[in-house]
Design a protein around this ligand. Structure first.
Ligand SMILES: [Zn+2]
Length: 454
């Protein structure tokens, strides 16, 4: 039986997720597994399943499950519609006449002998506090290369209930005027942002590794040195620190929190707003109800995390695009932007709210294709072939409002054992080797992203 048979031809883009809206009362104990196996998964235990219907098309079924509030995942539909669900919900779907195949556990076992180092969990992933300590450490150790800034606050912090500042690092060989919150700097800018969806563990860790790679290779690696001499490399390692606190609250079985921690009356991982549906560009009220995984919030940029990130990006990137959606950014645009998600194996470029081609489509696609030279993920835009869009996402916002090419990498499995939101920590080296050259390609494109103007 294939687990996580996500091919690189995946057609679903980003998470279409919407959480299990209602947790059924606990019923019964067992769960029939394919091949006659059975397991006594607790009814509240989340796992991955592939759902198929005897009558509906796979795409139609995906849309139906999303509407019904299931956590529908990005990835290939070759084996059915992938969902993250409790055993009780899987059984409920079977009672509706659907075929529901167990595809694998949410969590990988962490050795009992493993003792988490300070600031880490689940085999080595860094907590929000661990990232903050790391940010401070590299800034202190490399004052000639790193500036650490606070660019906003998390929702809990705005409520005086703990929480965090949103932190950003500027990494470059610092000269006078560099790393200011200003659109007038002399160096083009590349920003890498991670873990806006808190449960996408690999993304924050890639940001952590990118920071270390840059500061540790300046002056020895020619490509890194040239890049840091010519470009401001901004990193927002944790865009959603409150969400990451929820995820890491269980150090061996992380919590599958996607959204921020905005207390909206929903239980469990229904709490919060999807920050990647909350931007003020093509914000869409119909993306999900309050407790769903794609709930866009009460209004555009309602969340303090969104406000902080948008204000920061608007503060460092010059606006070179007329506001009309289909008027192109000018050829003198500089800068690139990347937001990391997981785990659909996609390089996504604007627009994500419509299938109509962005006015800079040719140049946008050229860069995405260069990224795929190393990670070999599929290059997509729009709905990726299905009727699902991601209005209110950060990548569309930065292109649509500033003209800066904005990309999403859906960091995917390098083998079946590394799939899912919570891969073993040992999977990180594979993710890094695949994606580091893609980061370099996108950073190098910041000087002149639109050579043709088309
Ligand atoms: Zn995501």
């Amino acid at each position: 039986m294939t687990r996580f048979a996500y091919s690189r031809r995946s057609r679903l883009r980003r998470s279409l997720a919407a959480v299990t809206a209602v947790l059924l009362p606990l019923l019964g104990a067992g769960l029939a597994l394919p091949g006659g196996a059975s397991a006594a998964l607790p009814d509240t235990e989340q796992a991955y399943y592939d759902v198929t219907s005897p009558s509906a098309t796979t795409a139609g079924l995906a849309a139906d499950l999303t509407r019904r509030g299931y956590d529908v995942l990005e990835g290939s539909l070759n084996s059915g519609v992938p969902i993250l669900a409790t055993a009780a919900d899987a059984q409920r779907l079977r009672h509706r006449g659907l075929s529901v195949r167990y595809a694998g556990p949410l969590h990988q076992p962490v050795a009992a002998s493993f003792r988490a180092a300070a600031g880490t969990y689940y085999g080595g992933y860094h907590t929000a506090a661990g990232h903050e300590a790391h940010n401070q450490q590299v800034a202190t150790a490399h004052p000639d290369l790193v500036v650490l800034r606070s660019i906003g606050q998390s929702w809990l912090k705005t409520q005086n209930r703990g929480g965090h500042d949103i932190q950003a690092l500027c990494i470059t060989k610092i000269k006078a005027g560099d790393c200011a919150i200003s659109t007038n700097g002399t160096k083009p800018k590349f920003t890498l942002m991670a873990q806006m969806h808190a449960r996408e563990l690999a993304t924050g860790e890639l940001a952590y590794m990118w920071i270390d790679y840059l500061v540790n290779n300046y002056g020895t690696n020619a490509d890194v040195t040239r890049l840091m001499d010519t470009t401001e490399l901004w990193v927002i390692p944790i865009a959603n620190p409150d969400g990451v606190d929820i995820v890491s609250s269980n150090s061996t079985r992380p919590v599958s929190q996607r959204k921020n921690a905005h207390d909206n009356g929903c239980s469990g991982t229904g709490r919060g707003v999807d920050l990647n549906r909350n931007s003020s560009y093509h914000w869409d009220v119909n993306q999900g109800t309050t407790c769903s995984q794609t709930y866009p919030g009460t209004s555009a940029a309602s969340e303090p995390e969104t406000q902080g990130i948008q204000n920061f990006l608007a503060g460092i990137y010059r606006d070179t695009k007329p506001s009309a959606d289909f008027s192109p950014a000018t050829t003198d645009t500089t800068g690139t932007f990347l937001t990391l998600h997981s785990y659909g194996e996609l390089n996504i470029y604007p627009y994500g709210w419509t299938n109509s081609l962005a006015p800079n489509n040719d140049d946008l696609r050229t860069i995405a294709t260069a990224m795929s030279q190393s990670n070999h993920y599929e290059v997509v835009h729009g709905d990726g072939g299905l009727n699902y869009f991601a209005p209110g996402a950060t990548d569309d916002w930065i292109y649509g409002t500033r003209g800066v090419p904005g990309y999403t990498i859906e960091v995917g499995p390098s083998s079946s054992g590394c799939s899912g939101f919570f891969p073993r920590y040992s999977c990180m080296s594979g993710f890094w080797n695949l994606n580091r050259p893609a980061f370099m390609a996108l950073a190098s494109a910041a000087a002149r992203p639109y050579p043709t103007g088309h």
